[in-house]
Design a protein around this ligand. Structure first.
Ligand code: BMA
Length: 353
């Protein structure tokens, strides 16, 4: 442990001042409570799309989330729209708006399979190897990263300063449903891909990122850290755990989440990192008191910086993880909002100083 810094500093020694401040403040905020986050909150919701300043969360409880999630899948291909059909210029301008208001941004990437197909295309076990330095698609991967770097470097505030982003690539790697999953590549390949990606972006001058490692529901700390790229390559320890009707029913959801977050917080304290619940939710929130009776019970008294629920899709099959006006769990969400330990945008201290 001798080489670890005495306090939380980003892995990127050239991280911008605002990025360093965000990191220290993520650690600090755990003393006050847990920030609430929502994926694609500022882009669309149930029955609307791209309305400026609109948010299903705000419509229900009067305040914006403190953390806003965004998705960049298909940016790697050079497309102008994401895999969820959102224009990347729109995403950029909304990120700026969120930053202007003082809230925090996090980005995920469902990159297409470099051997063909979507992120969920898992037929091959050579996709990761194909983009590593000796792989046949290596040059193409560099091109993907160039596009990503270009986007990150275009995220600037009104004074031209870079906007800090919590970046969450290659998530849920302890599952087998993405081409970077544990059935699709070896641990060695996964770690090589992660480290290559971090080094490449840093070398391209991208210094506004905090990197999130986010496995999915795992039984032990050992399983959690199986594919960990190392303390020099990860800033934030996350985990993705959803509630569902099967194995992850209410009891298991609460106990599994508490189990994982508890060992993650312990590890984060020892390693001078930050712990979060990077993705959670109950598909279409069909339990009306899910917020206070299940989500809150899964995180209560555990010092994580934030919890983020997945998106409220405005197109395609009904898919939502946050309430909207009139939705069955909206009232219970208002109760959660009153919990002084849940932090929404208007309660945030300055996160960038
Ligand atoms: C998934 C689903 C998909 C979506 C993807 C990326 O979990 O919500 O519909 O395309 O995330 O946002």
């Amino acid at each position: 442990m001798g080489q670890l810094p005495a306090h939380a500093t980003p892995i990127d020694s050239n991280a911008t001042k605002a990025t360093q401040a965000l990191y220290a403040n993520l650690k600090k905020i755990t003393q006050n409570g847990i920030m609430f986050g929502h994926q694609d909150d500022a882009l669309y919701g149930i029955g609307w799309k791209y309305d400026w300043n609109r948010s299903d969360i705000k419509s229900v409880c009067g305040d914006y989330p403190a953390v806003f999630g965004w998705e960049l899948g298909h940016l790697e291909l050079g497309h102008s729209n994401s895999l969820d059909s959102v224009n990347f210029d729109t995403i950029r301008s909304r990120i700026r708006e969120v930053y202007r208001r003082g809230a925090v941004n996090t980005i995920s990437c469902h990159f297409n399979n470099p051997l063909g197909g979507t992120a969920w295309d898992c037929k091959t076990t050579s996709a990761v190897a194909s983009i590593l330095p000796s792989g046949k698609n290596h040059a193409m991967y560099n091109q993907w990263l160039n596009r990503l770097a270009h986007f990150f470097l275009s995220l600037r505030d009104d004074h031209g300063k870079l906007i800090p982003i919590m970046f969450r690539p290659f998530h849920e790697m302890t599952g087998g449903w993405f081409w970077w999953g544990n059935q699709q590549c070896t641990t060695k390949e996964y770690i090589a891909l992660w480290r290559y990606t971090v080094n490449y972006l840093e070398n391209k001058g991208v210094h506004n990122l905090l990197y999130i490692y986010s496995p999915t529901n795992v039984p032990t700390s050992q399983a959690y850290f199986e594919r960990y790229p190392g303390d020099k390559y990860v800033d934030i320890l996350g985990v993705d755990i959803y509630q569902d009707k099967g194995q992850n029913g209410p009891e298991n959801f609460i106990s599994d989440t508490r189990r994982d977050l508890t060992f993650m917080v312990q590890a984060a304290n020892i390693r001078h990192k930050v712990a979060i619940l990077s993705e959670t939710g109950l598909y279409n929130v069909y339990i009306n008191d899910w917020w206070t009776n299940e989500l809150w019970k899964a995180i209560e008294n555990i010092p994580i910086a934030y919890v983020l629920v997945w998106r409220n899709a405005c197109a395609g099959p009904t898919q939502f993880f946050a309430p909207y006006p009139g939705q069955g769990s909206a009232q219970d969400f208002q109760t959660l909002k009153k919990n002084p330990k849940m932090i929404f945008e208007s309660h945030l201290p300055n996160m960038y100083r």
